[in-house]
Write a protein that binds this ligand. Structure first.
Ligand SMILES: NC(=O)C1=CN([C@@H]2O[C@H](COP(=O)(O)OP(=O)(O)OC[C@H]3O[C@@H](n4cnc5c(N)ncnc54)[C@H](O)[C@@H]3O)[C@@H](O)[C@H]2O)C=CC1
Ligand SMILES: O=C(O)C(=O)Cc1ccc(O)cc1
Length: 363
């Protein structure tokens, strides 16, 4: 049996556990400092075993994943470094920044243990094991930042395990990762939070702001609801990159101020045209590279008739399903069903029907 130990079974650790648990030859152990969390992991059936003891979780583990806030990673590495780990053990993490954790791992001496940094580039604004799902990483990029000294065979072992996530593995240097992810993820989170708080302050005087903020404002600020501790740690950790990006951002805002002052309509138009053509060309995650289908995930209550009901409702409207897969179905966990369609138009119609029927959908 291959033992996988997961430290911090929250949104990401829990989702990873759900990808791996029940796969042939794999056993998943969870760790939390908090006894109540350990009970919760077991009760939800996310892991095979759980403990508050780091030693017990790490003992005999073939793989260890650190899925705790970025600010805790160095401390966890130091603790693991002081333990007797299984020879050949691979330690990885899922932190949203890669430079400091790679430096921390490199500064320690490991005896036949390999650290390979990782970052699944998928997530959501919710946190905790309650929000974990087995399909979170599907079709997403999963960055690995192996050091030059890490034997290729060990990186392959990790990649083989991560194949269960159905994510696309990409390898890059830690500093490059932090620069790019700073721009496409960390900066947008800061902007979303600042924007929401700006409107929240206006709303103190007049609650019409809140009432009219239903449409686009909600969409572009979804990530402002992300977990404060997780994001405090990410931003402090990648602060030099984020500070540089915010300086650029300030310049861009000055550019808009300038165009408005000068009533430069052509300038504004050209900014929207440039943004539109870049954004419209961005790859859509739901059109997976591996699968030539259009998929939607439906949260379904655990009752036997639900597959029939959904298939029946879609069939009666001549919406052609190409596949149905139940991804999690246990007594105590609500199920997730993947519906696949060969054509985007069929998917769009199905989404409309399922929303009308009150199902909660994910892409
Ligand atoms: N939220 C997201 O969308 C993504 C997060 N990440 C990274 O994954 C890691 C885990 O994040 P999530 O699963 O989202 O968070 P979460 O809050 O859902 O889970 C964090 C886990 O760490 C444990 N933990 C241990 N020590 C802690 C401490 N001192 N303070 C708070 N929690 C502590 C918590 O009990 C919990 O099990 C972070 O390093 C984050 O940067 C990576 C990709 C996406
Ligand atoms: O909710 C979203 O869209 C995200 O941006 C999720 C996310 C959060 C943190 C990461 O390191 C990677 C992805």
């Amino acid at each position: 049996m291959t033992k996988v130990a997961i430290f911090g079974v929250g949104l990401i650790g829990g989702s990873l556990a759900l990808c791996l648990k029940g796969k042939p030859g794999l056993r998943v152990a969870g760790h939390s400092n908090n006894p109540a969390s350990v009970d919760k992991y077991l009760k939800r059936g996310v892991v095979d075993e759980a403990t508050t003891s780091m030693e017990e979780a790490a003992r005999d583990a073939d793989f260890i994943f650190l899925c705790v806030p970025v600010g805790c990673l160095e401390d966890y590495l130091q603790k693991l470094n002081g333990m007797r780990l299984k020879p050949g053990c691979i330690i990885s993490d899922v932190g949203s920044t890669k430079r400091t954790v790679m430096d921390a791992a490199k500064s320690l001496h490991w005896e036949n243990v390999h650290f390979i940094g990782g970052h699944p580039m998928a997530g959501k604004e919710q946190s905790g094991v309650e929000a974990a799902t087995s399909h979170l990483f599907e079709n997403a990029f999963y960055v690995l930042t192996p050091d030059e000294s890490t034997p290729a065979l060990e990186v392959e072992r990790l990649e083989q395990l991560l194949a269960h996530t159905r994510a696309h593995i990409v390898k890059m240097a830690p500093a490059q990762h932090d620069d790019i992810v700073g721009a496409v993820s960390h900066l947008p989170h800061v902007i979303a939070v600042a924007l929401v708080n700006q409107v929240a302050d206006y709303n103190e005087e007049n609650d019409l702001y809140e009432r009219l903020a239903a449409g686009g404002f909600r969409d572009i600020t979804r990530i402002a609801s992300s977990d404060p501790i997780i994001w405090r740690d990410i931003l402090l950790n990648n602060r030099s990159v984020v500070l540089r990006l915010l300086e650029d951002w300030k310049e861009r805002m000055d550019g808009f101020i300038d165009m408005l002052n000068k009533e430069d309509g052509a300038g504004i138009e050209s900014e929207f045209m440039k943004a539109g053509s870049f954004r419209n060309a961005l790859p859509e995650r739901r059109k997976g590279v591996i699968h030539s289908t259009f998929d939607v995930y439906v949260d379904v209550p655990d009752h036997p008739g639900v597959v029939g009901e959904i298939a029946g409702q879609l069939g009666s409207r001549q919406i052609n399903l190409s596949n149905i897969q139940i991804m999690e179905s246990r007594l105590d966990v609500p199920g997730v069903m993947r519906l696949s369609f060969r054509e985007e138009e069929q998917l769009d119609r199905a989404v409309e029907v399922l929303k009308e029927l009150g199902y909660s959908l994910h892409f």
